[in-house]
Design a protein around this ligand. Sequence first.
Ligand code: IPD
Length: 277
Amino acid sequence: GVGPWDECFEVAVQLALRAGQIIRKALTEEKQVSTKTSAADLVTETDHRVEDLIVSELRKRFPSHRFIAEEATASGAKCVLTHSPTWIIDPIDGTCNFVHRFPTVAVSIGFAVHQELEFGVIHHCTEERLYTGRRGRGAFCNGQRLQVSRETDLAKALVLTEIGPKRDPDTLKVFLSNMERLLHAKAHGVRVIGSSTLALCYLASGAADAYYQFGLHCWDLAAATVIIREAGGIVIDTSGGPLDLMSCRVVAAGTREMAALIAQALQTINYGRDDEK
Ligand code: IPD
């Protein structure tokens, strides 16, 4: 049947594919790189170009909708999720990878109505994989249904994480001790691939058993959360409580047991909130 947001979903897919072409072409070209909140928090002219393309096309098609987008927020726009239909956009997730030509780079477009996530589209630009999830209708990668891992034992888990932008000694100590705790618990491995959204897509695909991070943003989480939930997975707060899209932290896993084990092992790194910046 036709759902109320089908047209929005179709437009999101088309824009994610167009954005992917631009990013793929720009990957091997000379780049203008600037820093944002830290020396490791990067932005290029392609991030801006892709965000402007996506937002301007969506505004034309859906003039009453609202937007939360990474680079507009970096330029001072407020991050507020109201009851209105809201697009939550990361034009290039994995900008540091993009800058170094490390081929793990994505476009992420999420959509929420009444503060509930309706769909997510994530395009792995270099491998041309399109991940989609729609509330109540499953999650797919290039048309193939996604299913999370059923693993419940941390001692058999492959765990993904990302470092986050802060690099001061206290933050790094906690970051490394969190990783150490999981390795002490005999996790099979811990991987850092440089893109939160694609790591979360690997989790949705069953290619990893858990993901956790402090210091990511609502635009890293929105689309991926729908995809993971529709693949049968769990997305929660690092406290073990319900996910808060604005809290800059997350635990995701294939099973509730695994998510709880990861949450219990972690020490908090405080990144503040997206809606308080
Ligand atoms: C970042 C990347 C990075 C993760 C950060 C994200 P960006 O997104 O996913 O791996 O550690 O938390 O914000 O800045 O490349 O869009």
